[in-house]
Write a protein that binds this ligand. Structure first.
Ligand SMILES: [Zn+2]
Length: 276
């Protein structure tokens, strides 16, 4: 086949993932890492749907998904892992069906609960990388803090209307979400998708990009978006990358952090918003 195979890649997997393997930055070694890797996706919604599908299609060996909600008809403009017939079903089960339909050998872990201060650190420790597809700032801050405390890289993102943003939190190699936004914004300043709307394809773009970023981190390909905030405005076509520095005063990753174990629920108190 032209590859110097010294690893566990089966002939079937060499064929299946041949288009990944052909990329010099991935290659057979990178694909082997991907197949042996694990990823957790927080939220099986607008971001989580494409992220989960591309992680599975790309060969990530073990995939966890955590979501406590059920599929609603208003989710279907963007949450493409769920089918019409799944309205009313638990999202983790519906997403599981979607994932297995494209990849039968994936090791899938369905966590039908909310991410909380009680389970976040334990769950993060079980995976190589985490994708934040959550729908609200408290959960996004909890993801960032759990990433810092466990050292597990996180791909943060958020979307609204025609726009989105993304940044990788790679502990020890860049800032965290609290370096960018020191405190959870007041609820009145953070319109939700239920209030402001979201064009489905925008969540698709950003969620798929999160999967790419996670696979880059797993395979060691390229330069992760650590310390760089990517912003996307599909209405104007503008894509920008802004440098973000680690803040020595950051309450999570600074020199004298306030956020420590065990995590306290009072750090994340804000009214829950919509489901992205
Ligand atoms: Zn920080």
């Amino acid at each position: 086949m032209g590859y110097n195979i010294r690893m566990k890649l089966s002939d079937e997997n060499i064929l299946r993932y041949s288009r990944n393997i052909l990329i010099p930055e991935i290659g057979p070694e990178g694909q082997e890492k991907i197949l042996c890797s694990s990823a957790l996706v927080v939220g099986a919604g607008g971001l989580g749907s494409p992220a989960l599908l591309y992680l599975a299609a790309g060969g990530v060996g073990r995939i966890g998904v955590i979501d406590r909600d059920r599929v609603e008809i208003t989710n279907l403009n963007r949450q493409v892992i769920h089918a019409e017939r799944s309205v009313g079903r638990r999202k983790v089960e519906s997403a599981g069906d979607g994932i297995r339909a494209i990849r039968s050998d994936v090791l899938l872990e369905e966590h039908g609960a909310a991410l909380t201060v009680e389970n976040a650190v334990r769950l993060f420790r079980q995976y190589d990388v985490v994708i934040d597809g959550s729908d609200n700032f408290p959960t996004k801050f909890l993801c960032s803090d759990a990433s810092v405390l466990t050292g597990v890289p996180l791909v943060h993102a958020g979307v609204l209307r025609f726009g989105g943003q993304m940044m990788a939190v790679v502990p020890g190699k860049g800032p965290c979400l609290r370096c960018l936004i020191p405190e959870i914004p007041p609820r009145r300043d953070t319109p939700t998708c239920a209030e402001a709307g979201i064009l489905g394809g925008v969540a698709g773009i950003v969620g798929a990009w999160q999967a790419v970023e996670a696979i880059k981190i797993i395979a060691g390909a390229g330069k992760p978006l650590a310390g760089r905030l990517l912003t996307l405005d599909t209405l104007t076509g503008a894509v920008s990358v802004h440098d973000v520095s680690r803040d020595p005063q950051c309450p999570a990753c600074g020199d004298s952090p306030r956020i420590r174990l065990p995590l306290e629920a009072s750090e994340y108190e804000q009214e829950r918003s919509c489901v992205i």
